[in-house]
Design a protein around this ligand. Structure first.
Ligand SMILES: Cc1cc2nc3c(=O)[nH]c(=O)nc-3n(C[C@H](O)[C@H](O)[C@H](O)COP(=O)(O)OP(=O)(O)OC[C@H]3O[C@@H](n4cnc5c(N)ncnc54)[C@H](O)[C@@H]3O)c2cc1C
Length: 409
């Protein structure tokens, strides 16, 4: 079977590898960019200092822990302590996120927050479900809701909290903001970084594959025997196409473009002789990244790559390291939005009518993914491909929904 994979990001690379391993497929990948990797790239400043554009660390949030042995086939992974900080207002001190009670007490409104948290604990009622504001206010109190979520929601999602569903908070377990003691990025598993960066991953995963970079797919024409893929470098023919390109573009934007939220990035260099650029948690470990949730700044998060690349000791930094700011910019397609569900499902329904073409990945299935959930999607695709190709339209929609998973995984 000859398979053509559109896009050589992590989803495309996983699909190529799994389909070759499970079906013995002959796979060609076409990639619009100059190199494979997509969002998952280690870049360098003009001075040659490395930083990551997308994933900073490998974490196992909700996807599958199998990602770790899978990645270790190609990369050495070192564990990293990832602490997150937040500066809830420009004039407030930096504290850990999720917040701990000891740090909350250092805030100007600390006593009020403490009282509200104590009242919620005393009541012992489950969080409200009316909307996101209700969920948050009954989980962490109105003061912390205003400081940590109100402004961020407005500047990033462009919606007030009461216009968002409670499930948005539940999925992210936002009530854990009130938990005490752990400064780590909330996740059941540890976090890992491959020393030297992520780029060798693609050289190794795609070793032996035919990969054509700098080629953009413009259209797919499917038929009973396979599909013809039109590109800016001519037409290509395959028995099966896996498309990790945006589903709306591949279907000619027939239902209109899907909305996204995103960031552009700005980088600076930090001097290793100075103290941790984003501050430290009460136990002295530097923050790997810092949130600035108030509405008046367009910066949402700042990352100190020194911690991620070299660990928590400033003395271990060999020279300048990168500090990266993420600035709200909706022209960058990073995060899908829940209010596009209906339009997306129309696209999914149409995609299931196209024979021999299957969408995958964050763009193909319009889903916020991490590396572990991307790998999990590719595993589900490889496991259900036979069924998909033989199935009725209704069955194919069902399989695509299962491959995508829900917002929680
Ligand atoms: C800011 C940020 C931080 C993140 N941090 C983490 C993290 O810490 N840990 C983690 O696990 N995950 C993280 N992620 C998620 C991770 O980046 C994604 O899960 C993963 O990279 C998605 O891979 P993908 O192949 O689906 O998409 P992409 O990486 O977007 O790949 C799609 C590829 O398709 C190509 N393409 C698109 N259209 C066409 C076309 N028409 N023709 C040819 N090629 C095309 C693109 O050029 C691209 O290379 C982060 C993401 C972002 C944005």
């Amino acid at each position: 079977m000859r398979v053509l994979v559109i896009g050589a990001g992590f989803a495309g690379a996983c699909a190529a590898l799994l389909l070759r391993e499970s079906l013995g497929a002959e796979v060609l990948l076409v990639e619009r960019g100059a190199a494979p990797g997509g969002m998952l790239r280690t870049l360098h400043t003009r001075e040659g200092v490395p930083y990551e554009y997308g994933p900073r660390v490998v974490s196992v949030f909700r996807g599958t822990p199998d990602i770790l042995p899978f990645l270790r086939r190609f990369l050495a992974l070192e564990e990293r302590v990832v602490y997150q900080g937040t500066r809830l207002r420009p004039d407030f001190p930096v504290i850990p996120f999720p917040v701990d009670l000891e740090s909350v007490r250092r805030l100007p409104c600390g006593a009020t927050i403490e009282r509200e948290l104590a009242a919620i604990r005393e009541q012992g009622a489950p969080p409200g479900e009316r909307d996101l504001r209700d969920y948050l206010e009954t989980s962490v109190g109105p003061t912390l809701t205003g400081l940590a979520f109100e402004g961020f929601n407005r500047k990033f999602w462009g919606r007030p909290l009461q216009a968002m569903p409670a499930v948005w908070g539940k999925l992210r377990r936002l009530e854990r903001i009130a938990s005490t003691g752990s400064y780590r990025l909330p996740s059941e598993a540890a976090h890992y970084y491959p020393p030297g960066g992520f780029n060798p991953l693609f050289e190794r995963m795609l070793d032996g594959f035919e990969l054509r970079c700098g080629v953009t797919v413009t259209r797919i024409e499917a038929d009973a025997g396979g599909a013809t893929v039109e590109t800016d470098a001519g037409a290509l023919r395959a028995d099966l196409v896996v498309s990790t390109a945006p589903i709306d573009a591949m279907l000619g934007f027939r239902h209109g473009p899907l909305e996204w939220r995103g960031y552009r990035v700005e980088v600076d260099l930090a001097d290793p002789a100075r103290e941790a650029p984003l501050g430290t948690a009460p136990d002295g470990v530097p923050f790997a990244w810092l949130y600035t949730p108030w509405a008046e700044t367009p910066v949402c998060r700042t990352t100190d790559f020194g911690v991620i690349h070299h660990g928590p000791r400033m003395a271990d930094r060999p020279g300048p390291t990168v500090v990266l700011r993420e600035i709200v910019d909706d022209r960058v397609s990073m995060y899908p939005v829940w209010w596009e569900d209906e339009r997306f499902l129309r696209y999914l329904d149409d995609a299931a009518r196209v024979p021999n073409v299957i969408p995958l990945g964050r763009l193909g299935l319009y889903k916020y993914t991490t590396m572990d959930s991307t790998y999990a999607m590719a595993l589900r695709l490889a496991g259900s491909l036979g069924d998909y190709l033989r199935g009725s339209h209704a069955r194919r929609v069902e399989i695509l929904r299962a491959i995508r998973g829900d917002w929680g995984n």
